[in-house]
Design a binder for this molecule. Sequence first.
Ligand code: PLP
Length: 445
Amino acid sequence: MKTTVPGPTYKEMLHPELLPPGIRNRALHGAANELDPINLFNITWRAGDGAIRHVVLPKELTGVEANIIVLVGLYFPSGSHKVGPAYTTLMEGELAGEIEPGVHTMIGPSTGNFGIGVAYISKLKSYPAIVIMPEQMSKERYQRIRQYGGTLDLTPGSESDVILVLERTEHYKKDAKNKVLAQFELLPNYRFHRYVTGRSALEAAARYGNGRVAAFASAPGSAGTLAAGDEIKAAFPECVVAALEPKECSTLFNNGRGTHRIEGIGDKMVALIHNVLTTDYVALLHDDDCVAGLEFLERRARLVEKVLGMAEGSLKSLAGLFGISGICNVLGAIRIARHLRLGPQDNVVTIATDGFDRYPSVLDDLEQRRNDLDVASVFRGGDSRDILDVRPADQKQRLFEYKEQVWTGFGYSREYLDRMKSQSFWDGEFERIDEIDEGLVKKRG
Ligand SMILES: Cc1ncc(COP(=O)(O)O)c(C=O)c1O
């Protein structure tokens, strides 16, 4: 039997400084060779100096008084924070005795970044990996998966055809040697983001304004990242959690469906692990604005600086930090701050899941499509009718029903789905972290 390659506990991902010094040092130096398994211990929002990696956007860019704080996910091993849930899902499976190296093959249903994470973690932990994803995602994604030795199984369509990915996954489940790291369904994704991302967000925000978090905005794919909102709300109950969606695929907003170009989000479903109880608003963003926003920051920054009266080079520090969904999150955070009339003491936190490295091909395509980009309408635009309050009971009911419709179709019982309608379900799952960490420490010896 092959031995399990060890990795960090939840607590060590939040506080890598708690790692034994030998491991921490090796991890910091191991970053140069990304395929060294020591990099499992670099799954964290923190830089080597212990600071949470984030930027605060210039107010000339956002046009709002609130501080817009963006956690930067690009520096995670494999280039996006999605490696975190890929790791925790595999790690918890190993702990439960359900996944064994030398026996099982990892299956990663994804729109790309989670698949990249699954291929990467599998490589480091010595498992074969098959990534199931749509055929029309950015070509940089496929390259990364191949680079990590993952096998691709492509389904028809694009971002909003994730249901086809889930259906293809069912086929793999028939063979017991395949283990599905099911990001849309399994709670290690919730646990990683509520604990590691949520607490990192709280720590980053503590330095700004009144030190609290007035709003958290995130565009869900699996809705894992949105779980950070649960932890932020636990600290600051007044915090407003906003789920962002492409206007072209407004599923949470009004059960709408359509195709769009914001890779990683807007999958025409309510993910099973989406705790809709804590989602307060749903806001819609045009996919074109998100792609154009990326174009502005990456390729026309000088123009943006001129139009907004910023000193030359003011935007330089943002170069490379965002992908399209990161821009979606930034624009959503700005619109929510404006909608809520937040002031200079208020903090809005959002997330950049990945960086520009996986989108040059998408912008090349944009240049052929559009020449009428308008800085003000992209960064300062938006319509208050595109922001929906989903706190009322009838909205929660609508979201529960959508979830039931999708997930009973994949074999989940009504009884399980009913339990998800209570916050105690989510808190109970979160509280399992201590026991999981203890089990992992024991197993590592
Ligand atoms: C680029 C990108 N942005 C956002 C998301 C959404 O994150 P989550 O699945 O945690 O909701 C994903 C998910 O794969 C992604 O790849």
